[in-house]
Design a protein around this ligand. Structure first.
Ligand code: PLP
Length: 362
């Protein structure tokens, strides 16, 4: 079977491009002598997680417990990091069950959350990394707060402090790849400094883990870093193309659609709307970049209709029934909309991969 015979809309994973991306990041981690613990938030697919582990990843990162459960059960992963704040008795019970089948590290975002986690686990042992906010302004502690509270966190029943981590997603704001890397290094240095302060206070802090696709390969050789945690790198997307030295040819995941209507002079309707494309604009391309016709811009999404506007000369160069291929601006939420992706080598379909961890929000 070939791509031309596939029903649309659908996700296409180009295994040649994906393999190149996987191997390049693993090589960067190996060259820097650090662990690579990919975040599965991008692919949510056990078969791809297994591939990452076979190529040398030291373990996997997940956001939610539900994702980690899928990776333990379907990818056979025995070394997991849940980079998300866990609270409550239900989460504690599931965490303990998961610890029976894998080594699990979890995130601690504050002293208050660590107290609740420790109590919910009834003082049962759990390995934790402090989540340090190095500039993303999302979750976690400032570097100063991490240093101030680490002693009390480490003294809580069951809590075994082993390291620190950050997600330096703010690096996407860099105007070019050099600026992106500079933002990443500033974040890494904050993390390395926190780790040094903890050690100076007599606390164990062996693991120093920044993470993010644009910065990971560079930070793999940053002094003091022990692990990197990129997710998007296996596919990349238009947001990465915008801030790294990449082109669309480096992007391994595409959305395949069909032109289903040409209702107005410059309007092209494809059979994928907000249930196919994540309905938000990130990169200057809008929601996605059309591989065949970059001047066709996906302007709007209703549920089942993608409204593309032709911005080139003359009439849009498409006819009813044409296939159009799109590279998402932000690939992770697009993958989350599908049950499976079709794996291809060139034009040949070689496999169907189940996205088993999609929708695991708990
Ligand atoms: C905690 C954490 N680590 C790693 C990543 C991976 O970053 P990227 O999507 O840039 O690969 C993310 C992404 O959101 C994250 O939240």
């Amino acid at each position: 079977m070939t791509i031309a015979q596939l029903e649309t809309p659908g996700l296409i994973c180009d295994l040649d491009i994906t393999e190149r991306n996987l191997r390049a990041m693993q090589s960067a981690a190996d060259a820097g002598g650090v662990g690579l613990r990919p975040h599965i938030k991008t692919h949510k697919t056990p078969a791809l997680a297994k591939w990452q582990l076979e190529l040398g990843a030291c373990g996997l990162t997940c956001a939610k417990l539900g994702e980690a459960e899928v990776m333990a059960d379907e990818a056979g992963c025995t070394d997991l990091f849940i980079a998300y704040s866990l609270l409550g008795a239900d989460k504690a019970a599931r965490l303990r069950a998961l610890q029976e089948r894998a080594e699990v590290r979890v995130s601690v975002v504050s002293l208050a959350q660590a107290e609740i986690l420790s109590a919910a686990l009834g003082g049962a042992p759990v390995k934790v990394r402090l989540n340090v906010d190095t500039g993303l302004d999302r979750d976690g502690m400032t570097a100063a707060r991490a240093v101030a509270d680490a002693q009390r966190i480490a003294a809580l029943p069951g809590i075994e402090l082993i390291g620190v981590f950050t997600h330096e997603g703010q690096a996407h704001k860099g105007h070019n790849f050099d600026e992106v890397k500079a933002i990443g290094r500033q974040a890494a240095q904050q993390l390395v400094d926190v780790a040094a302060a903890l050690r100076a206070a007599g606390l164990p802090c062996d693991e120093v883990a920044p993470g993010g696709t644009p910065t990971a390969a560079d930070l793999a050789s940053y002094p003091g870093v022990t692990e990197v945690r990129p997710g998007t790198y296996l596919f990349y997307d238009m947001m990465c193309v915008e801030c790294m030295d990449l082109t669309a040819a480096d992007c391994g995941l595409r959305v395949l659609t069909t032109v289903v209507d040409l209702p107005a002079e410059r309007r092209v309707i494809v059979d994928g709307g907000s249930k196919t494309f994540f309905n938000d604009q990130f990169a200057s391309w809008g929601r996605a970049m059309c591989v065949e016709h970059p001047d066709l811009r996906l302007e709007k999404c209703s549920e089942e209709h993608g409204h593309a506007e032709w911005r080139g000369e003359g009439a849009p160069p498409v006819k009813l029934g044409d296939r159009l291929t799109w590279i998402p601006s932000h690939v992770c939420p697009v993958v989350n909309l599908f049950d499976e992706m079709t794996a291809v080598r060139g034009e040949e379909v070689v496999d169907t991969l189940r996205i088993s961890a999609r929708g695991k929000v708990r």
